[in-house]
Design a protein around this ligand. Structure first.
Ligand code: TEU
Ligand code: CA
Length: 551
C-alpha cells in the first residue's frame, strides 16, 4: 500500500469541454490555465488531463496520430509548458492520459504499416481472413473477437488484403506488443512527457496490451474474445517491465484503466512486491445498473452499489475511487433521477467516505447532470453512433427505441461543457460549443455555487479538506456497518477510533438514535442533538470506543 496516495484527490479535465479561450467552441489549454485558480480553490493535488495529443478526434483524442505533438485545437507545446509552470506555482501536479493500446489510423506508423515490407507492418496486428479471401465477406474475419464499440474487432484493409485488429473503433488500430520495437517506441513516448514535467499517467485500457494468441475466444459481458486479451500474463509482464524500467525510477504515478478487472486482478496489478500500477480503476460499481450490457438498464439498488464498493474496499488495498469520468453518465442522473442538490451532496459524501485516492470529474463538484438529448443529431460520441447503427441496421431496432437506449447511457452525457456561469453557453465559450450545453446551466453553475455556502461545490471543498486532514479517513479500515436499499452506514476505523457515515438514500425524513459526536452533515444548518435524518441527508459522526457496537 502506498500510504502517501491515500489522502490525495485528483481532478479530471476533459479538455474539449472545460474552457474555451479563443471562442472556437472547443475547450483548450489556455482555457485550462485561465481556470487554474478555480481548481486551486478546490485544493486538489493533481489534475488528470484526458488526451491532448495530436488526433483526428474520431474518439476525441483517444486516437492519437502523434504522441509528441499537441492537438492544434488545444494549443501549442508552448501552451503546455505554460500549463505545467502555472500548475507548479499552485502546487498542482499534472497527470497525462497515456493511450498506448492503439494509435489513430492516421498515425504515421499505421500509414507506413500498409507496406508489408516495411518494419511498421509489424507494429500492428494484421491477419488473413479465415478463407484468405480478398473480400470482406461476413464471417471471413480472422477470429470471433468483437470490438468494445460493437461489431467485429477486425477491419479489412484493401491495400494489404489483410484484416487489422481494432479492439475499439476501426479508426483505432491496436499496436502489436509482441514486437519489441513497439515497446521501445512506447518507452520513448513516456520519457518525453516525463521530461516535460508530468508527474503521472492514467493508462488507457492498459490491461489489453498483451494478446495471448489469435484464436477464437470466449464470450462475456457482451464481448467475444476477452479471455485472449483482458489482463493476460503478457499484459502483466509488459506493465512490470514499464514499472521497473521507466515509471519506478522516476517515481511516476500510474493509474491503470483496467476493463473487466476483478479484485484478484487488482491485487496483482498493485502488488507492491511486483508492482505494475499504483492503482486501478475498476468497473464493477459502474455495472450495478446494467443488465448484461451497459445499454440495458435495470433499476438502481443502493444495496447493490454499496455492496460492490464494500467488496473492493475490503479486498483491495489500494483503490482509485470514482463515480464519474468522461465515459460514464453523470452519477446523479444515473443513481437518482432528477437533479436534487441534496442527492449531489449525498453522493459526494459517499465518494469521500471510501478509502483510497479520490477522483473528481469536472462538473461533478457542482452536481452536473445528464443532458436531455431530444434528437440523434445532438449525439457526438463514436461509441454511441456505432452502437446506434448496429441496433438499427443489424438488429432492426426502430430508430426511436434505439435512440432511447443510447441517450441515457451515451458518454456524451459527461461531455457537455463545464457550466461556469448563468450566461451564454455557460461562459464556456463565446461561440457555439462543439456539443450542446446542458439546459440547467441557469441553476447548476460554478458562480452560483461559489456564492452559496450550502452549495454542492462548497460541500466538495469541505470534503477535500477533510480528506487531507483526517487520519481516520486516510488510514482507517473500511467496515460496512449496515446496508439496505434505503440506508447505509459505513465506518472507518483507525487506532480504536471510529469515523462513521450514515446515508439516507430516501426522500423521507428518518428517525435517528445516535449519541455520538456529529461532525457535520450534508445539510449545513446542523442542529445539536440531532434525532432525525432529513431526506437524502448524509451525516458524519465520530466515536471513540466500543468499535464493535452495532448502531
Ligand atoms: O475506455 C475504455 C472502455 O472500455 C470504456 O470505458 C468505454 O468507454 C466504453 O464504455 C465501452 O463500452 C477508454 C477511454 O476512457 C475511452 O474514452 C476510449 O474511448 C477508449 O478507452 C479507447 O481508447
Ligand atoms: Ca478553443
Amino acid at each position: 500500500m502506498n500510504e502517501t496516495l491515500l489522502n490525495k484527490v485528483i481532478y479530471q479535465i476533459y479538455p474539449r469541454s472545460f474552457m474555451d479561450s479563443n471562442n472556437d467552441g472547443i475547450g483548450d489549454i489556455q482555457g485550462i490555465i485561465s481556470k487554474l485558480d478555480y481548481i486551486k480553490t478546490l485544493e486538489v493535488d493533481y489534475i488528470w488531463l484526458s488526451p491532448i495529443y495530436k488526433s483526428p478526434n474520431f474518439d476525441n483524442g483517444y486516437d492519437i496520430s502523434s504522441y509528441f505533438e499537441i492537438n492544434e485545437e488545444f494549443g501549442t507545446m508552448e501552451d503546455f509548458h505554460q500549463l505545467i509552470e502555472e500548475s507548479k506555482k499552485r502546487d498542482i501536479k499534472i497527470i497525462m492520459d497515456l493511450v498506448i493500446n492503439h494509435t489513430s489510423w492516421e498515425h504515421e506508423w499505421f500509414k507506413l504499416s500498409k507496406d508489408i515490407n516495411s518494419k511498421y507492418h509489424n507494429y500492428y496486428i494484421y491477419k488473413d481472413g479465415i478463407n484468405k479471401s480478398k473480400k470482406n465477406i461476413k464471417g471471413d474475419v480472422p477470429n470471433n473477437w468483437t470490438s468494445f464499440f460493437g461489431g467485429s474487432a477486425w477491419e479489412y484493409d484493401d491495400i494489404t488484403s489483410k484484416y487489422y485488429l481494432h479492439l475499439f473503433a476501426k479508426e483505432q488500430p491496436d499496436l502489436n506488443y509482441d514486437n519489441e520495437e513497439v515497446y521501445n517506441e512506447t518507452v520513448k513516448v513516456i520519457k518525453f512527457w516525463i521530461d516535460k514535467g508530468v508527474s503521472g499517467f492514467r493508462c488507457d485500457v492498459i490491461n489489453l496490451l498483451g494478446k495471448t494468441d489469435y484464436s477464437n475466444g470466449k464470450f462475456k459481458g457482451g464481448l467475444t474474445g476477452y479471455d485472449k486479451y483482458v489482463s493476460t500474463h503478457k499484459s502483466h509482464k509488459i506493465l512490470r517491465r514499464l514499472q521497473e524500467e521507466v515509471f519506478g525510477p522516476k517515481k511516476i504515478l500510474t493509474i491503470g484503466e483496467t476493463v473487466f478487472s476483478t479484485v484478484k486482478d487488482a491485487n496483482i496489478f498493485t502488488n507492491k512486491k511486483a508492482l505494475e500500477l499504483d492503482m486501478i480503476f475498476s468497473f464493477e460499481h459502474m455495472e450495478i445498473d446494467a443488465i448484461f450490457l451497459k445499454w440495458f438498464h435495470r433499476k438502481v439498488r443502493f444495496k447493490r452499489l454499496i455492496n460492490v464498493l464494500a467488496k473492493w474496499q475490503t479486498e483491495v488495498k489500494q483503490n482509485a475511487i470514482y463515480f464519474e469520468n468522461h465515459d460514464q453518465p453523470r452519477s446523479i442522473s444515473r443513481w437518482f433521477k432528477k437533479y436534487d442538490e441534496r442527492q449531489a451532496k449525498l453522493l459526494g459524501l459517499l465518494l469521500f467516505s471510501l478509502k483510497g485516492t479520490t477522483f473528481i470529474y469536472q462538473g461533478e463538484e457542482i452536481g452536473m447532470t445528464n443532458y436531455p438529448f431530444s434528437t440523434f443529431d445532438e449525439i457526438r460520441d463514436i461509441e454511441s453512433k456505432n452502437v446506434y447503427e448496429i441496433l438499427t441496421k443489424n438488429f432492426k431496432v426502430p430508430k426511436k427505441s434505439a435512440f432511447k437506449i443510447i441517450k441515457k447511457v451515451s458518454r456524451d452525457n459527461a461531455r457537455t461543457p463545464m457550466q461556469w456561469e448563468n450566461e451564454l453557453n455557460a461562459s464556456f465559450s463565446g461561440a457555439e460549443p462543439w456539443i450542446n450545453v446542458n439546459k440547467n446551466l441557469s441553476y447548476i453553475n460554478v458562480l452560483n455555487e461559489i456564492n452559496d455556502s450550502n452549495s454542492t461545490l462548497n460541500f466538495y471543498k469541505k470534503l477535500i479538506k477533510f480528506k487531507h486532514e483526517n487520519n481516520i479517513l486516510k488510514y482507517g479500515d473500511f467496515r460496512l456497518n449496515k446496508v439496505n436499499n434505503k440506508y447505509a452506514i459505513i465506518e472507518r476505523i483507525y487506532q480504536n477510533k471510529v469515523l462513521g457515515f450514515i446515508f439516507n438514500f430516501t426522500g423521507k425524513k428518518t428517525k435517528l438514535v445516535l449519541d455520538f459526536d456529529i461532525l457535520f452533515t450534508t445539510n449545513s444548518s446542523l442542529k445539536e442533538n440531532k434525532n432525525f435524518l432529513l431526506p437524502y441527508e448524509g451525516l458524519v459522526y465520530q466515536r471513540k470506543k466500543n468499535i464493535n457496537d452495532e448502531i
